[in-house]
Design a protein around this ligand. Structure first.
Ligand SMILES: *[C@@H]1O[C@H](CO)[C@@H](O)[C@H](O)[C@H]1NC(C)=O
Ligand SMILES: *[C@@H]1O[C@H](CO)[C@@H](O)[C@H](O)[C@H]1NC(C)=O
Ligand SMILES: *[C@@H]1O[C@H](CO)[C@@H](O)[C@H](O)[C@H]1NC(C)=O
Ligand SMILES: *[C@@H]1O[C@H](CO)[C@@H](O)[C@H](O)[C@H]1NC(C)=O
Ligand SMILES: *[C@@H]1O[C@H](CO)[C@@H](O)[C@H](O)[C@H]1NC(C)=O
Length: 593
């Protein structure tokens, strides 16, 4: 009898499910959104948010808990409402009268991006239009520089009268206003409407004060080991912007390939690109830089040197320039470099600098606004230079011998010459050069080689290493890429181990002065456009909260439901993040631990 009864219920449910008249529903219990014990029909549900029962977990998170599900968490005050109203992307209005005139085109573009990002969540088939949202944006400064001194703070007040929602976003700069709009987009959520259609809701109240802890919050991508089409790079920028990250570190060239079009030196790509379809034209580069800037993301270019350079540099002798790179493709490779193919620029050939200068001139046409260039500077393999008769005899002529000290001197001079050339090309002496930590940056010798006013060190050592602390004590500024936490390629080659989003999230940086921030590193040897998103996300979102908010008392268990929400937001941007856990765990928070 009982069995028959259950079968009847199941059949009834199955039929209803076919007609989409019952729904997977969520309720707020102890500030957590969990699936209701049984699905409910709309007649049981009532209005869009009555009885504290919700048709999407995103809508539930908006009002359940005191964080509105925001990612990354704001660092200042945060008050949020407990109700929401139906809204539609076409019901947003923007008032930019109080935006400084120089910042107005940027902010106007930001509002368009805001709406473009909202439309995939809710578009023509979204039926709810009950409320109108008036967004007043106030920006004091016309300055559009995006650098380590940019003020990114904002406040966001959202209040409701009847069906009228008023939002006030106040920021010093256009970039702060942009972050405020990013937060506003997170105060909306998709729902399922009583007629089974789609809808969008907006929270009815919020007071948020927010600014980042670290000014440099980045991700490295590598387009030299494997080429990444422009669309994949742009999509990655969308993801960074959604997480209020502000740097895309573009490791563009390496010994394997040179994919950047250099109009004044076309031989670089003729020799160095993997194929004609694997070149970033000057227009592509400009597009990537502009796309990033409009989203508050600086694109910092890295042209790796003097090591990790071979492809693209092979043609010197054929036109009488001599050897621009030494040990290029030399075998057995492990005697001349860390990873095949080998190649290191020739620091004693004046033509090498002349070609570098042309390259800098070309890229500065695109990056002229940027005061930072990454020079690489990692893994110079001294036995390579030491195997070149040309280099050894040039050193001897200068009274240098073949000691390690003298090779390091040569290496340090190479970087100083690069900075001098950049100064000359930019007509200023304000450029900051970033170099990776290396032999040359050992605390006992770095001051002999790298001027701390001009060089920023990107450390890539284990958490336990004292190097960052020692360099800070010497007065160097740092960007930290903790190798045993933020190397996203680990776990896919050799004996490296995968770092889960929890490892990533739990890696805290020192807040000492001089720490500019950090970057996750998506080295490209074993990644393709097809796997890129899942390697980068959601782990780089975890870093985003570490760098923006650096929460002190939030465990990964506390963070997980919000991060799950952020994964969904990335999905609307077309980003296929990796899974955090079986979906059941997201529907039943804290029951999978
Ligand atoms: C904006 O600028 C005005 C006038 O320069 C100043 O009085 C005001 O304090 C500034 N607002 C903020 C938020 O700094
Ligand atoms: C935002 O709300 C807070 C708290 O109610 C208030 O102190 C502040 O003045 C408001 N800001 C604006 C710009 O309305
Ligand atoms: C909402 O805004 C409309 C148009 O601006 C106005 O006519 C109406 O009175 C407002 N309603 C409330 C409750 O403030
Ligand atoms: C090499 O030169 C360094 C100084 O640059 C000197 O200290 C060292 O003794 C020299 N070594 C040899 C083997 O000449
Ligand atoms: C360079 O090679 C010479 C000859 O093999 C050797 O004596 C010297 O130690 C080498 N220098 C370095 C820095 O390895």
């Amino acid at each position: 009898m009982k069995t028959v009864f259950f079968i009847c219920i199941l059949l009834a449910l199955a039929r209803k499910s076919h007609q989409a008249s019952f729904y997977r529903t969520y309720e707020c219990v102890n500030n957590l959104c969990q699936r209701t014990a049984r699905p409910l029909s709309f007649s049981e549900l009532g209005d869009i948010s009555s009885n504290n029962i919700y048709t999407t977990v995103a809508a539930c998170r908006l009002v359940c808990s005191n964080t509105a599900g925001l990612w990354p968490l704001p660092t200042g005050s945060l008050e949020t409402g407990t109700n929401y109203l139906g809204v539609h992307p076409s019901n947003f209005r923007f008032d930019m009268q109080d935006v400084a005139s120089g910042a107005r085109p940027f902010v106007s573009q930001s509002t368009n991006i805001f709406l473009d990002n909202l439309r995939p969540v809710c578009d023509e088939d979204c039926t709810m239009r009950q409320s109108t949202v008036m967004v007043h944006v106030k920006v004091n400064s016309s300055n559009l520089n995006l650098d380590w001194d940019t003020n990114e703070q904002y406040t966001l007040n959202l209040s409701t009268k009847g069906n009228n929602v008023t939002v006030i976003i106040v920021a010093m700069t256009a970039y702060g206003a942009r972050h405020g709009l990013e937060t506003l987009s997170q105060l909306t959520a998709p729902i399922i409407t009583p007629d089974g259609g789609r809808g969008l809701v907006i929270l009815d109240f919020a007071v948020i004060k927010d600014k980042p802890v670290f000014p440099h919050r980045g991700l490295l991508i590598d387009t030299a080991r494997n080429f990444l089409p422009v669309t994949d790079i742009l999509r990655t920028i969308d993801g960074l912007a959604s997480n209020k990250m502000n740097v895309l570190h573009w490791h563009a060239t390496d010994s394997q390939s040179f994919p950047l079009e250099i109009k004044s030196v076309p031989l670089m790509t003729e020799f160095g690109a993997y194929g004609l379809d694997k070149i970033y034209s000057a227009e592509d580069m400009a597009q990537i830089v502009m796309y990033g800037k409009a989203r508050g993301v600086r694109v910092i270019l890295e042209l790796d040197s003097p090591s990790h350079a071979g492809a693209g540099w092979e043609w010197g002798e054929s036109i009488g320039y001599g050897k621009l790179a030494v040990c290029a493709n030399q075998q057995p490779w492990n005697q001349f470099c860390i990873q095949p193919p080998c190649g290191q620029l020739n620091p004693v050939n004046l033509r090498t600098y002349r070609v570098l200068r042309s390259i800098y001139k070309d890229v500065l046409e695109i990056w002229g606004h940027e005061s930072v260039l990454h020079l690489g500077g990692d893994e110079v393999f001294l036995p390579c230079w030491n195997s070149s008769v040309e280099i050894i005899s040039a050193m001897q002529e200068r009274g240098m011998n073949r000691s390690e000290e003298d090779f390091l001197k040569l290496w340090g001079e190479f970087h100083s010459t690069q900075v001098q050339m950049l100064d000359q090309e930019r007509n200023s002496n304000s450029i900051s050069a970033i170099v990776w930590s290396s032999h040359l940056t050992s605390p006992d010798i770095i001051e002999n080689h790298l001027d701390k006013k001009r060089f920023v060190i990107q450390t890539w050592v284990e958490r336990s290493s004292p190097l960052p602390r020692k360099l800070l004590r010497l007065g160097y500024r740092l960007i930290v890429s903790t190798k045993d936490a933020w190397y996203l390629d680990h776990g896919f080659w050799g004996t490296t181990t995968y770092h889960t989003w929890r490892d990533v999230y739990n890696n805290r940086l020192s807040r000492q002065e001089g720490v500019l921030g950090g970057e996750t590193c998506m080295w490209g040897e074993y990644v393709s456009p097809g796997s890129l998103d899942a390697r980068i996300w959601p782990r780089t979102a975890a870093v985003a909260e570490r760098l923006w908010s650096d929460p002190q008392r939030i465990s990964t268990a506390d963070a997980e439901p919000r991060l799950e929400g952020q994964r969904k937001r990335l999905k609307y941007l077309g980003i296929s993040s990796d899974a955090l856990a079986p979906e059941w765990c997201a529907q039943h928070p804290r029951q999978c631990m």
